[in-house]
Design a protein around this ligand. Structure first.
Ligand SMILES: Nc1ncnc2c1ncn2[C@@H]1O[C@H](COP(=O)(O)OP(=O)(O)OP(=O)(O)O)[C@@H](O)[C@H]1O
Ligand SMILES: [Mg+2]
Length: 300
């Protein structure tokens, strides 16, 4: 039977991006870009967010694509954020249909109708993308935020640099742990609402909660990570680049309390799983970890 650490290694590799997925993401990017090019004055576009930083979990969905608009084109920047989002929405509905396109606070989501199987596999296909209109602003970008009714500043390069530095300081295990906890966050057993919103908050907290030295055991690391996330989820978490609104603004006080309770439960379940292995009940340990994370955690 496989050991718990071997199971974690396999789990980790199942959450890694592979070549086929990258090829599909790239094809979808090209498809959406070539279409939006016919409707808007777009200077350039690129895949970004957790996808580009390798902190996205599986199944692959909501891959962010920034569409940097030309300043010489229509001056959306001087208008309310809802205007550009409305125009992106209308254009994308024209191509993909109303059922596949959704307005979000800072982007338009396009769903490709990919089916997920019971093991969370999608045949290496990306389920959806988030099309984000953006303007370049010196070193940074400005993107529309319809909920705030304002354009907000962001800098994906800074986020990527911080993630890379944290990863390197943690024996190159940091991104794997972030993907695992984001996978836990997606577990359908939590119901329709994810415990932590936005899931980017998990990565932002990990910048401060996963430090010191990697101790070499996934089970201990994950248990401690859940415990620290539970302890610190009620704190304010600013944008690590110091530009946008606090990442912790995504939840109200009640949602934060719920997140805390669910993180505490995860930490407790992790301790129980560790105890199973300590007592020589390896099969029980693997089952406990799988129940905690979901079907991508292997039993064999
Ligand atoms: N409040 C914010 N201020 C500034 N930049 C932000 C803020 N929230 C998100 N971003 C940037 O926009 C990107 C996309 O946001 P999103 O919520 O999709 O997060 P993500 O990291 O891509 O996580 P997920 O895996 O859930 O898609 C983030 O990766 C980050 O670079
Ligand atoms: Mg994203």
């Amino acid at each position: 039977m496989m050991t718990v650490n071997e199971a974690f290694r396999k789990f980790k590799s199942r959450l890694e991006l592979n070549d086929k997925e990258q090829a599909n993401a790239s094809a979808r990017h090209t498809e959406v870009r070539d279409y939006l090019d016919t409707k808007f004055a777009i200077e350039r576009s690129f895949l970004t967010g957790s996808y580009a930083r390798h902190t996205k979990t599986k199944p692959l969905k909501d891959i962010d694509i920034f569409f940097v608009l030309k300043k010489s084109g229509k001056d959306y920047r001087s208008m309310a954020p809802s205007v550009i989002l409305g125009d992106f929405y209308d254009a994308l509905v024209e191509k993909y249909g109303k059922a596949a396109v959704r307005k979000q606070g800072r982007s338009i989501n396009v769903d490709f109708g990919v089916v997920v199987d019971a093991d969370d596999n999608t045949d290496y296909r990306v389920m959806s993308v988030d099309a984000v209109p953006a303007y370049a602003a010196a070193e940074d970008y400005e993107i529309p935020d319809a909920d705030k009714g304002a354009w907000i500043k962001t800098n994906p390069e800074t986020h990527a640099e911080k993630a890379t530095a944290a990863h390197q300081a943690y024996s190159s295990e940091w991104k794997g742990l972030v993907r695992m906890v984001k996978y836990w966050n997606n577990n359908p057993r939590h119901g329709d609402d994810k415990p932590v919103k936005p899931s980017f908050l998990i990565e932002v907290m990990a910048l401060q909660c996963l430090y010191g030295d990697w101790q070499g055991r996934f089970d201990y690391e994950i248990q401690a990570f859940f415990a620290t996330l539970a302890d610190r989820i009620l704190e304010a978490w600013p944008d690590p680049a110091g530009l946008g609104p606090p990442i912790s603004d995504g939840m109200d006080a009640k949602q934060k309390q719920r997140a805390r309770t669910l993180l505490q439960t995860a930490s407790r379940e992790a301790s129980i799983a560790i105890d199973h292995a300590r007592q020589g009940r390896n099969g029980e340990a693997l089952k406990a970890w799988r129940a905690l994370f979901g079907p991508k955690f292997p039993l064999s």
